[in-house]
Every structure is written in C-alpha cells, then in structure tokens.
Design a protein around this ligand. Structure first.
Ligand SMILES: [Zn+2]
Length: 431
C-alpha cells in the first residue's frame, strides 16, 4: 500500500518530511510498518505557487513480516520490512491520516494546500515524469487517482494532491540518491565536524560550500530539521550521522530521493521551450555577457532561435565562468525557464568549443621614426603623426588571448544548488 503526502509546509516552519514520523505513529495503530524506504520526491522547481522546496513524500507500508535494514529511529528503531499480503482497511487508514495532517500541517498558511493519497495500485511513472518537468492540473491528477482507485483527500484548494500523486508514481528507474534527515531542537554542529564528515564520506554531496564557507546540510530557515546529508550510499550516510554525532536528534529517517538526478531536465531546441520547464539546450553564445543591476549576468544563446540566459548574483564565483564566455563559443546550458521575461536560469554549463580570440595590443611602429602610429579610423589603417606615413590595419600587433575556460562542465556553487540538479561530483562518481 502506498501513501503520498504533499504541501503541508509553509514558508516558515514545518516540513513535509517531518510529518513522516507522525504518519508512521498513526500507522502503528493499524499494525502497519514501512516496507520500503520513505521517499522524498522533489517536483518541478519552476512552479510559481510551489511551497519552499517543492518536495512531496511517499511511503510504502504493509503488515510487516520480516525486518530488513534499519532506516530510521523515532521512539524505537524503524526497519524496512517485507510485507505479508493481509487486507488493510484503506478507508480507516485514510481517515486516520487525514487527522494527522489536520493536526500537523500548516493549514492556516496561505498557499499551503495539503494533499493525501492512499492507494494499493501505483499511478504510472509518466505521472511523476510529467509533474517533475511540466505543469500538471488538479483535474488530470483526479482522473489518475480515479483510474487507480485511490483514496485521497485534498485540503483547502487540494493542490497538494498533484505532488502527493506524483511522489507515489515515482520509481527509481534511471537514477536515485538518498538523504538522511535528522530532526530535533537546537542541535549544533561545528564547521570542522562537517568538513571532516565531508572528506570521510566521499559518496555524499553538497555538504559544505568551500568557496563560500557555507554549511549546506543545516537549514537556514526555522523548522524541525537539524540536518540532512545527501549521498549515493545509504550505509555511508549512517556513517556520516555517527560522525556528526548530534545528541539532540529526536528522530531520523533515511529517505530514497530523486534529488541530484537531473530528472527535471528536458533536452530542447530553443524554439520548443515553454515557461516553467527545465531544459538543456546546446547552442552558441550570441552576445557578450552583460552585468545588470544586482550583479546578475545575462547573455544570449542561439541555435536557430535565441534565448536570454541568466546567472544570478547568488551563484557568486560561477559568474566568472559566465563572464569569460565569448560570442561563438559552443555550449550546453542547463537550467529552469522563467516566464517574465522568458529567461534560462543557469544551473550548469558544458563547454564544447571555445572560439579563438585575438586582441590588438599595440599600434604599429612608424618605419622611419619608430614611434607608435595613430589609428585613422576603424579598419582604415594607421598614420604617423610626425612623418605622415600610412600603413594598413594588418600591421598592428595582435596577440591570441588565452581563454580562461576549458571544454568541461561548470556548475553553480553548492550554496546556489537546486535540489534536483545533478552535481558534477555525482556525474564523476557515476561515470
Ligand atoms: Zn614617423
């Protein structure tokens, strides 16, 4: 049996993943336990009405048969179990979980519209694929829920059903990662401890931003999360937890996630791009990057059409990469599409070819008096002011400019990373 929950959080406080604990406690009343990892599924990051991280959760539960590995702690050890095929009273469970959400979700917050899905049959994978990449309507979602015979409840405008359904529909077909989330109050971890953990646990990623001295594993907004460590290896995440050693942790869970997988991206031609999508586009730089108010950078990318690509101030030194691009460079840009105006917000770039750049370093010398000659005008050549001798444009001293970039990937720093963006560290670890 699958349970999906979305949109219980608000801009300040709460967190849909925290609710997993309260849901589990409720499920214990019916003799139900986890039969898979709890799942944290990030959905389309460009949707304007999303909650903070646009993350939904899904749980696979059943009547436990045999304990497999330990995947959490909350009052007692939490194990992933195999399930017996006993009958479950779906209506009773749905009613119970409705109560849990009623009690714990930030229902008063404007824009918080929780959704709950309880179903025996999983919706097709395509439902997830569409929700992570595009915009899905509540009407489409309700049709899917009817199709699979799900029990569901949408609070307020019910928009949370969209994410709850998509979370249940996810399967780790192409890629997946894990996140160990630890909850409690006032837990502290020193910078040194985090750096030590980071270096001892090479399959984890996005722990610490060395360039900007930013601790990424601890949230900088209020809420119940003390830390979350992401990685490719669930055993190493438990090692990370032991290394971080925070006595204040009151519950922790190991989530299976779609974070860091690039699942949101679609390979597109510029002419086929729509607002709120995330894309990878290959083309040529069509204008020199310009700095605009606020320290953001904009340049134009061209295939057969053009689109503005933006690199915002919070991406810090990554802007130096963008600033070093020249018209004619062949690159692939990865990122989300903003609507007003249509702009590609860069997450990472791959450089394929760099154009050769020449620059004039000095005007030619006069053959008679050996002084620098003066330019007559653009492309018109030079004249010596003293002797009156003229020479052509080609006599100027031209040097090849050394390009600062190489034909590799460049990504925004950890501090500016989006949940779904695949870090280069993972691309290297996996290849
Ligand atoms: Zn001269």
């Amino acid at each position: 049996m699958w349970i999906g929950v979305d949109d219980t959080d608000s801009r300040k406080g709460m967190c849909t993943t925290y609710l997993v604990g309260d849901i589990l406690k409720e499920l214990w009343n019916y003799g139900l336990e986890l039969t898979g990892y709890p799942r944290l599924i990030r959905l389309n990051p460009n949707i304007p009405w999303k909650t903070r991280g646009n993350g939904a959760v899904a749980l696979e539960v059943g009547i436990p048969n045999k304990k497999l590995e330990k995947i959490g702690w909350m009052e007692k050890n939490i194990y992933r179990c195999t399930a017996k095929s006993d009958s479950i009273d779906f209506e009773k469970v749905t009613e119970g979980l409705k109560g849990v959400i009623q009690e714990n979700a930030e229902l008063d917050a404007e824009g918080t519209n929780p959704g709950l899905v309880v179903t025996q049959k999983k919706p097709p994978y395509g439902v997830y694929a569409k929700t992570v990449k595009e915009i899905v309507t509540l009407k489409e979602t309700r049709e899917i829920l009817d199709m699979v015979g799900a029990h569901s409840f949408g609070f307020k405008n019910g928009r949370g059903l969209i994410g709850a359904t998509a979370a249940v529909a996810w399967r780790p077909y192409t890629d997946k990662t894990y996140e160990l989330l630890a909850y409690g109050k006032n837990g502290k971890i020193s910078r040194e401890t985090i750096i030590r953990m980071d270096s001892c646990c090479p399959s984890t990623f996005d722990n610490y931003d060395y360039e900007n001295r930013h601790i990424q594993i601890m949230p900088h907004a209020p809420g119940p999360v003390i830390y979350g460590v992401r990685g490719d290896n669930e055993k190493e995440l438990k090692k990370a937890m032991h290394m971080l050693h925070v006595p204040e942790v009151q519950r922790w869970f190991l989530f299976e996630t779609n974070q860091g997988t690039d699942d949101h991206l679609q390979k597109k031609k510029i002419g086929d791009i729509h607002p709120y999508e995330s894309v990878s586009v290959t083309g040529y730089v069509a204008s020199l990057p310009q700095t605009i108010t606020g320290g953001h950078l904009i340049f134009s990318l061209e295939d057969t059409e053009k689109i503005d690509c933006a690199c915002y101030e919070p991406t810090k030194k990554f802007r130096n990469v963008i600033r070093s691009l020249y018209p004619g460079d062949k690159i692939t840009v990865y990122g989300g599409i903003r609507k007003h105006p249509i702009t590609l917000n860069i997450e990472k770039i791959q450089i394929h070819e760099l154009v050769t750049i020449h620059s004039k370093v000095a005007n030619p010398l006069c053959p008679l008096c050996k002084r620098h000659m003066k330019s007559i005008g653009k492309n018109d050549g030079y004249r010596c002011r003293r002797c009156g001798i003229k020479t052509g444009e080609e006599k100027a001293k031209i040097v090849k400019i050394k390009r600062k970039l190489r034909p590799i990937f460049y990504e925004v720093p950890v501090v500016a990373r989006r949940h779904l963006a695949k870090p280069l560290k993972r691309m290297q670890n996996l290849s």
